[in-house]
Design a protein around this ligand. Structure first.
Ligand SMILES: [Zn+2]
Length: 193
């Protein structure tokens, strides 16, 4: 596997999905050798599930060669490609939203859905906690959010999803209003189940 090919393919697919023609000043992919280097770069002790993150236009991922040794995840080429695409999709999200990354469930959900990671994750029986993750960062945000975005995409189409990302405001109240305006229903669990 050539990470440059993975990077270039991801850019091509993400340009198409987000309807952005991003060709110059592309994000930079940084391969991080091990957990120690991750902790140093993040400036904190990270948990073993954390294998990628972004900082503005820089995308960091744990090296495929130390992936299993330095994380709790099983390595496969397919999963690793999805990881790179996941992190890159955050850069596209930022570009589209003019640097807004909340609600966290939409931020992570979009990355999970667009990267294809939903396909290998367990589908929750019902949606019951994703709305808790507006500004709160939690590893549990990954459980439902990808499937919420999948539902929004499949049932209401991509245009509304992109419009929602483009219209992100500054607080939760504003977001709820925007959501209702775009989708025509309230942001409540009962409307997703
Ligand atoms: Zn993410």
């Amino acid at each position: 596997m050539d990470v440059n090919d993975v990077f270039n393919n991801s850019i091509k697919e993400l340009n198409e999905f987000f309807e952005i023609n991003w060709v110059e000043n592309l994000p930079e992919l940084v391969i991080v050798p091990d957990r120690k280097a991750i902790d140093e770069l993040m400036g904190m002790k990270t948990e073993d599930w954390m294998v990628g993150w972004i900082n503005r236009n820089k995308v960091y991922v744990l090296d495929s060669k130390s992936y299993e040794k330095e994380s709790c995840h099983k390595y496969s080429e397919d999963e690793y490609k999805k990881l790179i695409k996941h992190e890159l999709s955050h850069c596209y999200f930022l570009k589209l939203s003019k640097y807004k990354s909340e609600p966290d469930w939409l931020w992570e959900g979009t990355a999970l859905f667009v990267s294809g990671q939903c396909k290998t994750r367990e589908r929750p029986e019902k949606f019951e906690d994703f709305l808790e993750y507006y500004g709160k960062k939690s590893k549990y945000v990954y459980r439902e959010s990808g499937f919420v975005v999948e539902l929004l995409f499949e049932k209401y189409g991509k245009d509304k999803l992109l419009l929602l990302i483009k219209s992100l405001g500054h607080n939760e109240e504003e977001f709820k209003k925007k959501f209702e305006e775009i989708y025509g229903f309230e942001l409540k669990y009962e409307n997703f189940n």
